[in-house]
Design a protein around this ligand. Structure first.
Ligand code: TA6
Length: 303
């Protein structure tokens, strides 16, 4: 059981950052920086669940049906997928959880610091017996999140083993949109993508991405920024990436939403996943002792 009093004595910043009992009693760092933003990140999965820059509406989406317990991932916000993305293709580890183990783990709070740009929260995950049983690699993974007028999230991997290692990772961000059927995603035109709703066929994107059915695509060779234009909320969400060549676009649509217990049947029009990923052909290869950073920067602008 986490000792909130001890965490607050070490990390709270009066009037800016506190460590509280969030949904399900899970410990959460709550940020409120007057004139800049509000936000929150759970120690469970180092899971960012909210970010709202001053003058804007909440940018991230959370399901009303999310589970809030240690052995399940939170539905919405920014799940951290690591060290694999999607189902694990390994006959040696048949019981591997979807999207890796990082989003199921209780991370350690390492630091909370305030600056004029925003509040930076650093959470740390290290290998333990459970992770070694699933993935026999000593590692340290930090999630460094700056809540400011922009949201900056950096996943910092350190290979603590004496061998090279290959892994996948993603910041699986759920954005709040007015009506997913009316949004446009620009920045992916002309790119190849794997269509997971059509036999994993490789296709080419013509023009902006629009959502007219279940959509589950891994865009390849996409280092560039993308923009979600939302005419209902009358805003644009600008997403910049660092060290990520895969971009995942996902909306479950009607049937898939109904099939998920932690996703409300009528919630799908209000969300869109646009994910910063290093997966598939763009998996990460880290030499012994190597540090590797993958990052996302989100900003909100008017139409
Ligand atoms: O990123 C898209 C995706 O891989 C979809 O295929 C869908 O499975 C989604 O992630 C959510 O996965 P989860 O395990 O969180 O239900």
């Amino acid at each position: 059981m986490v000792d909130l009093a001890s965490l607050n004595s070490r990390f709270a910043i009066p009037g800016v950052a506190t460590v509280g009992a969030g949904h399900g009693g899970l410990p959460v760092v709550q940020i409120s920086k007057p004139g800049v933003c509000t936000g929150s990140v759970y120690l469970h999965g180092a899971h960012v669940t909210a970010w709202r820059p001053e003058g804007a509406e909440e940018v991230l989406w959370l399901s009303e049906k999310s589970a809030w317990q240690g052995d399940k991932p939170i539905r919405g916000g920014v799940p951290v997928c690591f060290p694999w993305f999607g189902p694990r293709n390994s006959k040696d580890y048949p019981d591997s959880p979807m999207h890796g183990f990082a989003r199921f783990k209780a991370w350690d709070l390492e630091s909370v610091t305030d600056s004029p740009a925003g509040v930076t929260v650093v959470l740390r995950l290290q290998n333990d017996a459970a992770t070694m049983a699933l993935w026999p690699v000593p590692f340290t993974l930090r999630h460094r999140i700056t809540f400011g007028r922009e949201l900056q999230m950096a996943l910092e991997f350190a290979n603590k083993s004496d061998a090279a290692v290959t892994f996948e990772e993603a910041q699986h961000t759920y954005f709040s949109v007015g009506d997913v059927r009316q949004v446009r995603i620009s920045g992916l035109e002309g790119r190849r993508y794997i269509d997971k709703t059509d036999g994993f066929q490789e296709k080419q994107q013509a023009g902006d991405v629009t959502i007219t059915a279940e959509t589950d695509r891994v865009y390849l060779s996409t280092p560039d920024p993308i923009t979600i234009t939302d005419p209902v909320k009358r805003r644009r969400i600008l997403i910049h990436k660092e060290n990520s060549l895969a971009t995942v676009i996902w909306n479950p649509w009607i049937a898939k939403a109904k099939a998920m217990a932690d996703f409300g049947d009528e919630e799908w029009p209000g969300m869109l996943c646009a994910e910063t990923a290093s997966a598939g052909p763009h998996a990460v290869r880290a030499a012994p002792g190597q540090m590797q950073v993958m990052a996302t920067r989100v900003a909100v602008a008017g139409m």
